[in-house]
Design a protein around this ligand. Structure first.
Ligand SMILES: Nc1ncnc2c1ncn2[C@@H]1O[C@H](COP(=O)(O)OP(=O)(O)OP(=O)(O)O)[C@@H](O)[C@H]1O
Length: 614
């Protein structure tokens, strides 16, 4: 809607700020709250009352215990200043230190302020584990059963009800909802948490929210970020103001090595043992670089230390296994994890954090995903340290020297949209009516090459669909002619079924074709499009077969370059495509073919094809 201005403003809070408490009549109820006109004093009075403000009955004693610790969090001291800023602005960008209370407290402040709207508050997290654990914590803090006033929604797991007014969800799920309703009509406020992680979903959501706030003046947006990067978001939402919450829950001492280590893995295990044998009570959180390392470390630690409970934590573990790390233990706990535990998580009892690093990237030229050991960013290192000191003072051991942290560590990881393929996001935006995706108002626009690759993949999918539809039509015709009856379902047992599907894939994903390179040995191929050498991924059923031609879905780099999701094809299926005609084959500057073997194989296939048709 024209004329609606979107503004942001500054919110400064410190752990020492005192709370303004307004005297409230004892008869105050939730129904007396007026949307976006509530005070911190009103909410505090409702929270402090013996009676539960949301249901009949009294608060439990545990509720008051937790309430006492919540009131000591840095954000609690600035509840009224936050509300003032929130009331005056449609978009608030809030940044704060780890453990200051952003994820758990700010949504509750908004809960009281938005209660009269009758709509839902969404708080997004990039990771499923953060969604479920933060929602559970907030439901406990508010003394309500999870799924009632406070719930969560992740793919395949929806714990909400008609009563839910504060919903934690993944950024991906809210994005899916936006496909149906780009105005976010059922929400009064949307909180994007951990915005500094710059996941693709978060970035696209921010663009959609920028549009939505312009057409819905009653929609509020809060962008929460743990770093000083908030400027990027304030600029994006048409303002240059910055908002800070200072201080975390408890102090964290940072320790560095005095020099570099040649083997961080073994050293980290020695550190765990050293802490266990020499330091006072407190659980240990060890960050490693891959699932393989995590499992290896767990098994070595279990053998070496009997009186310690060792647990692994990574994204592909079943949720019931992940939840175990949050359970109390009579022994010291050591949680060995990947970067899944880097942000948002509070594992009660963790006093020691040990950190090493690795990161993945995407090369659009080669459609190549990499998973290489590389220095992490300072922001990541700070997030990891922030996992200590949440429920008690902590120590963070960084397995590198201070000089490395100051001079070698990378700047914050680039936004996900610059590092990943975005095919499904392009499709989604097109589906929402954004046809010129290249001109979409991204916070950081992706490189044109990533965008072009995405479009090429979509064109390929379209070609597959067209071919499959054509094959189905032909099969239907054949069956009808032969048996004089209509085809009821696809006949998976038909002799040519598999070949027809592979043919369709070959003719659509022809630019992902590769030719076996006999001189380099088993399972090594060269891509036809880019002339890259690559092996067949060890998980593939084609390993050891050495088909002459294959097509692949994607590249992955894990020390070696591999093609994943591959299928064998016959060059006779593709020789007629323009892409494989002589004048289109890749040549050097002097006109010589880069891959004479490709031409030889295509010529052979062309001759065979001609013979079979004559
Ligand atoms: N499950 C829990 N058990 C015990 N205390 C918790 C739990 N979750 C949160 N807390 C307490 O609340 C504090 C604030 O947590 P919250 O997740 O809101 O911080 P945050 O500012 O969002 O941190 P981050 O930037 O690391 O996500 C924690 O430091 C801790 O003291």
């Amino acid at each position: 809607m024209a004329g609606v201005s979107v503004t942001t403003a500054t919110f400064i809070a410190t752990s020492t700020t005192t709370t303004t408490t307004v005297t409230i009549a004892s008869s105050l109820s939730m129904q007396a709250l007026v949307r976006n006109k509530t005070t911190a004093g009103q909410a505090i009075a409702l929270e402090d009352g013996n009676s539960h403000p949301l249901r009949a009955g009294l608060h439990t004693s545990r509720y008051f215990e937790i309430l006492k610790t919540r009131r000591q969090l840095p954000v609690s001291g600035s509840r009224q200043s936050f509300l003032d800023v929130y009331h005056q602005n449609q978009v608030v960008v809030l940044s704060g230190d780890t453990g200051s209370g952003k994820s758990t407290q700010i949504p509750q402040f908004v809960f009281f302020d938005e209660y009269a709207s009758g709509k839902v508050i969404a708080c997004t997290q990039p990771r499923r584990l953060a969604v479920t654990t933060v929602a559970r914590r907030v439901a406990t803090e508010m003394d309500v059963p999870l799924g009632q006033e406070v719930g969560y929604s992740i793919r395949f797991d929806n714990v909400t009800s008609d009563k839910t007014r504060l919903k934690y969800m993944t950024d991906g799920l809210l994005l899916r909802e936006a496909m149906e309703d780009g105005n976010f009509s059922s929400y009064s406020c949307i909180i994007i948490d951990e915005a500094h992680e710059r996941t693709i979903s978060t970035d696209i959501l921010m663009a959609l929210l920028k549009k939505a706030v312009a057409s819905r003046s009653d929609l509020k947006v809060i962008i929460m970020s743990a770093t000083l990067d908030a400027g990027t978001f304030t600029n994006y939402f048409a303002s240059s103001s910055t908002f800070r919450v200072h201080g975390g829950s408890h102090p964290v001492e940072i320790m560095y090595l005095s020099g570099a280590t040649p083997d961080y893995f073994l050293l980290s295990l020695h550190f765990v043992k050293h802490i266990h044998e020499n330091h006072e009570a407190g659980d240990i959180l060890l960050f490693l670089t891959s699932v393989k390392e995590v499992e290896e470390a767990c098994s070595m630690l279990r053998t070496a230390i009997e009186d310690m409970e060792v647990m692994s934590l990574y994204a592909s573990l079943p949720p019931s296994e992940q939840d175990k790390v949050f359970c109390q233990s009579s022994m010291r706990k050591c949680v060995v994890t990947t970067n899944i535990a880097e942000t948002s998580l509070t594992i009660d009892g963790v006093a020691y954090v040990i950190g090493v690093c690795k990161q993945s990237g995407y090369n659009p030229r080669a459609s190549l995903k990499t998973l290489l050991t590389a220095p992490i960013s300072k922001a990541s290192a700070r997030q990891r340290a922030g996992r200590a000191g949440r429920t008690r003072p902590g120590v963070c051991y960084r397995l590198y020297d201070e000089d490395t942290f100051d001079n070698v560590f990378l700047p914050p990881a680039p936004p996900g949209i610059l590092e990943n393929e975005i095919t499904s996001e392009i499709l989604m935006l097109k589906n929402m009516g954004y046809n010129a995706v290249g001109r979409f108002d991204f916070v950081t626009p992706p490189h044109p090459e990533v965008y072009l690759r995405g479009l090429e993949d979509l064109r390929a999918l379209y070609r597959v669909l067209k071919e499959v539809v054509e094959i189905r039509k032909q099969l239907k015709g054949v069956v009808q002619t032969l048996f004089n009856e209509p085809l009821k379902a696809s006949d998976f047992g038909a002799a040519n079924y598999d070949i027809n599907i592979r043919k369709a894939l070959a003719r659509s994903f022809f630019y992902h074709s590769a030719l076996h390179c006999e001189t380099r040995g088993d399972d090594v191929y060269t891509t036809v499009h880019d002339n890259h050498p690559a092996g067949i991924h060890p998980d593939s059923s084609l390993v050891g077969i050495n088909h002459e031609w294959i097509i692949y879905d994607r590249f992955i780099y894990t020390g070696k370059q591999y093609m994943q999701i591959v299928t064998a094809i016959d060059p006779e299926w593709i020789v007629d495509l323009e892409h494989f005609q002589d004048d289109r084959l890749s040549r050097k500057r002097n006109g010589e073919l880069r891959q004479p073997k490709v031409k030889a194989s295509l010529d052979k296939a062309r001759a065979a094809r001609q013979q079979s048709t004559t």
